[in-house]
Ligand binder design. Structure first.
Ligand code: BEZ
Length: 326
């Protein structure tokens, strides 16, 4: 009896710390955005939610501003398990998952409320199913950084004025197609390089959202803004497939629920704050704003873009049909 008790006690002492270590987790989360960005605030908040719902076992350490490298680099780190999680642009995934390009269809929606509906749709969610095989990650949920606008150094009166302009774009094939189709010279570069590239004249214009224009103050060097709302700019919360596989079913549920909560809060904040950000930008001294620039400004670009990208993914037609049903 005594011997059995001693053996069991020894086993328990050996096993308990191992279980505790295995279940305690600090998730390293990479972002390209700076600490002021809504995504970063929600990642911090997700850390608090995780701590509460896991009884203190889980936490988050955020690596903002591309500290760990570009989105492409972070995707590789997620694949190897060197990074646990990342909140990346949907644009950054399009090279590996062409279906994700449909979310970047020009003028897919007329307003940010419909953008939120698209990102919450079962069609969009289905696209995440391709992530484990294509990227070695699991897509937990979508959010966004609002709608995209154009900011130029020179005044723009017609689409011809955009011809040959060196436009910084987020590196992504569907975005590149859009800019090439209206005759611009797209210059793909990570967010972290945009301010300097505008300041030193390496580029003439940028494709950007209200939140980032305000956060970085791009209007210091590009004084003309066209409110085009030409594209949804989505975010996808990713967890490394290797890390995911190590979690128990119960912990997977905790992580999924926390991510979903903060994706939803991010979407809701962008919907609620988009107009206020536009008003703020309209008040920036020296920034000339042209409001309500619609798809017609770009001629038949929607038809041409759809014709090309419908060949690459069925989701272009599916998302257009979805939006038509709203
Ligand atoms: C961009 O590449 O333009 C971008 C990336 C993340 C958030 C906002 C903008």
């Amino acid at each position: 009896m005594n011997r059995t008790f001693t053996i069991l006690t020894a086993l328990a002492t050996a096993i308990i710390p191992i279980r505790a270590i295995a279940q305690d987790r600090d998730f390293r989360v990479g972002l390209i955005t700076p600490p002021v960005h809504v995504w970063n605030q929600e990642v911090e908040a997700m850390g608090e939610t995780l701590s509460e719902t896991s009884d203190g076992r889980m936490s988050v350490t955020a690596f903002p501003s591309g500290q760990l490298g570009s989105e492409r680099t972070m995707l590789q780190q997620l694949q190897t398990g060197a990074l646990d999680m990342a909140w990346l642009t949907t644009a950054g995934i399009t090279v590996r998952v062409p279906d994700m390009s449909a979310l970047h269809a020009p003028f897919l929606v007329d307003n940010i409320e419909d953008a939120a509906k698209v990102l919450r749709s079962s069609e969009a969610r289905e696209i995440l199913d391709a992530l484990p095989k294509a990227t070695g990650t699991v897509g937990l949920c979508y959010a966004m950084t609002g709608m995209r606008q154009l900011l130029t150094k020179d005044p723009v009166a017609s689409a011809q004025d955009l011809d040959g302009k060196r436009f910084r774009i987020t590196p992504a094939p569907p975005i590149q197609t859009f800019f090439e189709m209206f005759g611009a010279a797209p210059a793909p570069m990570p967010l972290t390089q945009v301010y300097d590239a505008l300041a030193n004249g390496q580029i003439d214009a940028i494709d950007m959202d209200h939140e980032s224009i305000i956060n970085f103050g791009y209007h210091d060097h590009a004084k003309y803004m066209m409110e085009t709302n030409h594209q949804i700019f989505g975010m996808v919360a990713l967890i490394s497939g290797r890390v995911w596989a190590q979690l128990s079913d119960e912990d997977k549920e905790i992580v999924q629920a926390a991510a979903q909560k903060h994706c939803d809060q991010t979407i809701d904040r962008f919907v609620a704050e988009e107009q206020g950000k536009l008003e703020k930008l309209k008040g920036v001294e020296g920034l000339t704003m042209t409001e309500n620039v619609g798809a017609e400004f770009f001629g038949d670009i929607v038809e041409r873009w759809d014709a090309e990208w419908s060949q690459k993914t069925p989701y272009v037609e599916r998302l257009r049909a979805l939006v038509a049903s709203f």
